[in-house]
Design a protein around this ligand. Structure first.
Ligand SMILES: Nc1ncnc2c1ncn2[C@@H]1O[C@H](COP(=O)(O)OP(=O)(O)OP(=O)(O)O)[C@@H](O)[C@H]1O
Ligand SMILES: [Mg+2]
Length: 258
């Protein structure tokens, strides 16, 4: 079963500006959260804090119910339980296969077991035929899939994804979202993903947090967020959100189904 995450009174200051001020965010074990908000809202910063990559200037992160003390040894230990997909796919200058296998090697999983796992995830993500390619021989969407495979192969307790589906064509993206949800729910993995795309939310998320100017301005089930007067976009344009909601054709899954 996955582990829960909690953030309490988090503040992050960058270049003298407060870029994140989250009073409370609780992600229960096995829950999937989507974070949406305009550019610069602090989404990646929040993801870095919850991934234990960036220590906040103030506040506490609870990992599996225990406050994180940010000592190096503890961080290393906790980070073994989580996997992150960054906003930019970071691939090493080696084959797709080796890129996916690398994280397993760091975690001491080698030999046939590693081979089986890598092959399985390459197949699930539809990139098995690219196993021997180098990163510069991949399209943008293929590179995205490789970075997803790198995270998923670890079969972590917690998965944090920063705009993981950007650059994927729409049919692939929809199929992958549904497949990913099935996978995460099947394994009880706790997950948080950042997106700019409203359509991704009902397909993958149990809960949504809307982030604006570093603050969470709305939380709820995807269908409960009042999109018609979506604060951040209205704030930027001075107008009602132009997005219809519920988005026609989006409700392909029975919300609440696990
Ligand atoms: N080193 C830095 N110094 C000053 N400000 C920074 C620094 N790094 C990031 N910021 C600011 O922090 C804020 C939050 O950045 P963050 O990357 O978390 O936003 P985001 O919501 O992920 O945006 P995007 O949708 O564009 O990815 C932004 O306003 C950004 O300009
Ligand atoms: Mg970002």
């Amino acid at each position: 079963m996955g582990v829960g995450l909690r953030a309490e009174r988090i503040k992050v200051i960058k270049g003298r500006v407060q870029v994140l001020a989250v009073d409370e965010l609780e992600i229960a074990s096995g829950e999937i959260w989507g974070i949406i908000g305009p550019n610069g809202a602090g989404k990646s910063t929040l993801l870095h804090v919850l991934s234990l990559l960036e220590r906040p200037d103030e506040g506490t992160v609870y990992f599996d119910g225990r406050p994180v003390n940010w000592r190096r040894r503890e961080i290393m230990e906790l980070r073994r339980q989580l996997a992150v997909v960054f906003q930019e796919p970071l691939l090493l200058n080696t084959t797709v296969y080796q890129n996916v296998a690398l994280g397993l090697r760091f975690r001491g999983i080698k030999g046939p077991e590693a081979g089986r796992r890598v092959q399985k995830w390459l197949e699930i993500l539809g990139i098995a035929h690219l196993a021997l390619r180098k990163p510069w021989e991949l399209s943008g969407g293929e590179a995205r899939r490789v970075s997803l495979a790198r995270a998923l192969v670890l079969e972590p307790q917690v998965l944090l994804l920063d705009e993981p589906f950007v650059a994927l064509d729409t049919p692939t993206r929809a199929a992958l979202l549904v497949e990913l949800r099935r996978l995460l729910k099947g394994r009880g993995i706790t997950a948080l993903f950042v997106t700019h795309d409203f359509m991704e939310l009902p397909l993958l998320a149990d809960r949504v947090a809307v982030l604006c100017d570093g603050r969470i301005v709305e939380t709820g089930r995807p269908r409960d967020i009042p999109w018609s007067s979506w604060g951040p976009y209205r704030g930027q344009t001075g107008e009602e959100s132009p997005y219809p909601w519920p988005w026609p054709g989006v409700w392909t899954r029975d919300e609440g189904a696990k």
